[in-house]
Design a protein around this ligand. Structure first.
Ligand SMILES: Cc1cc2nc3c(=O)[nH]c(=O)nc-3n(C[C@H](O)[C@H](O)[C@H](O)COP(=O)(O)OP(=O)(O)OC[C@H]3O[C@@H](n4cnc5c(N)ncnc54)[C@H](O)[C@@H]3O)c2cc1C
Length: 376
């Protein structure tokens, strides 16, 4: 019989949210293990070669990959064990996790993979987000890829998946990946955006435009043409206010890569199978687990943090991770109520600053509503 190894806190996901959760729970003296499916801890940060904005507390002015390395080091210095190439592929409501080890390191060789069970008193789900796809004629052809996959190929594996690129989506991800493709030597023909406004920060859009790449708002991709070897051309079309194609505005351009950056949604696979109640929030990317202001879900032993609790940015993910780590440690009696509340107040103040101003208004409102749903 496979007797599960027991730990106090299992953090699933070693991105900024998971690592900061582990820093806080480790600091409070909890036996903490971080399980991450990737080869290197850091989640999305490991692909981010650009410098971050925001405040110094969350690493502003530094590159994502450097922030990731520092967080991992700090988590280990606080006693957390970080296990990479460890995918939690199933979980039950009692905190028993089924972990598949070695699926990536050995090229998927079944003999080298190992299945293991871990039992945790508390689980922090910091599993990040998944990319949205969009369907159009020819969207399954080779050469139509998500922005996350393109970013992994370019920034981690140093492989350019195409030379003539159409970027679909002008949110921050679309704009940043456009710029990184240009830096890697690709010719980005244009960025199309279905909405009538650019969703990403003005500073990113300005950089893309300064590089000579047009951003066409109220436009989308209608068809990817090519064959089984890949995309050859793409047809673009203008959209009216109802996002309906305007006949006669079609234009075909030469491309061999269509990169889709159509937004992210919280990764809720584990929270749903662990029985956490879910709620839908358009402002936070879709379905997500209901949680209170300490990030506890409707299962009292399960906490959630980062993009898995609603898509925001790495800066917010770092603060939410800390909040979840402090709350989970308190629930195990490793932090007194007074100390935990003091820490939570400081973290919540920083989160409020990150979500401040008109840009953060929809996030603030959505989080508030979800926290109210927890108390119903
Ligand atoms: C192109 C791009 C540019 C960005 N630029 C910025 C920026 O400039 N500033 C900023 O603040 N934010 C930026 N972001 C957003 C930021 O990267 C994310 O908001 C942040 O990484 C979310 O952190 P997280 O820890 O919640 O999730 P992630 O970083 O996605 O980490 C989740 C981790 O969970 C692991 N995982 C998932 N499921 C399992 C499982 N079942 N078992 C084990 N492990 C699992 C994954 O392997 C991953 O390592 C950018 C994002 C992108 C895509």
């Amino acid at each position: 019989m496979n007797i599960p190894e027991c730990t106090e806190i299992a953090v699933v996901g070693g991105g900024p949210a998971g690592l900061t959760a582990a820093i806080e729970s480790g600091r409070a003296g909890c036996r903490t293990v971080v399980l991450d499916a990737g080869i290197t801890p850091g989640g999305q940060l490991t692909k981010q070669i650009h410098k971050f904005f925001g405040s110094r507390t969350q690493g502003a002015g530094r590159r994502g990959l450097d922030i990731a390395a520092d967080l991992a080091e700090e988590a280990e210095a606080n006693g957390a064990v970080i296990r990479t190439d460890s995918t939690v592929q199933a979980a039950d409501q009692s905190g028993r996790l089924e972990v598949l080890n070695g699926a990536r390191s050995h090229g998927g060789s079944p003999e080298k993979m190992q299945l293991e069970h871990i039992r945790a008193k508390r689980v922090v789900l910091a599993t990040g987000a998944e990319e949205n796809a969009i369907a159009f004629s020819g969207w399954t052809r080779p050469g139509v890829m998500g922005a996350g996959a393109v970013q992994t190929m370019v920034n981690i594996h140093r492989v350019l998946p195409g030379r003539k690129v159409l970027m679909v989506g002008a949110g921050n991800v679309g704009l940043i990946v456009t710029y990184q493709l240009l830096q890697a030597g690709a010719n980005v023909r244009c960025v199309v955006e279905a909405a009538c406004d650019i969703g990403g920060y003005g500073v990113h859009a300005a950089k893309v435009r300064r590089s000579g790449v047009p951003i066409l708002t109220s436009h989308t991709v209608q068809e990817a043409h090519g064959d089984s070897r890949g995309v050859r051309t793409a047809t673009l079309v203008r959209l009216d206010k109802k996002w309906e194609p305007v006949p006669g505005t079609e234009k075909t351009i030469d491309v061999d890569l269509i990169c889709i950056a159509a937004g992210l949604r919280p990764n809720i696979q584990l929270s749903s199978i662990m029985g956490c109640r879910l709620v839908h929030s358009t402002d936070l990317g879709g379905w997500l687990p209901v949680h209170d202001c300490s990030l506890m879900t409707t299962r009292s032993s399960v906490y959630v943090a980062g993009d898995a609790s609603g898509v925001e940015e790495a800066t917010a993910a770092m603060e939410e991770g800390r909040l979840a780590g402090v709350s989970a440690a308190e629930s195990l009696g490793r932090l007194s109520e007074v100390r935990a509340s003091g820490r939570r107040r400081r973290i919540q103040k920083r989160l409020a600053q990150l979500r401040g101003g008109p840009l953060g208004e929809s996030i603030r409102g959505a989080k508030h509503q979800i926290q109210r749903a927890q108390s119903i």
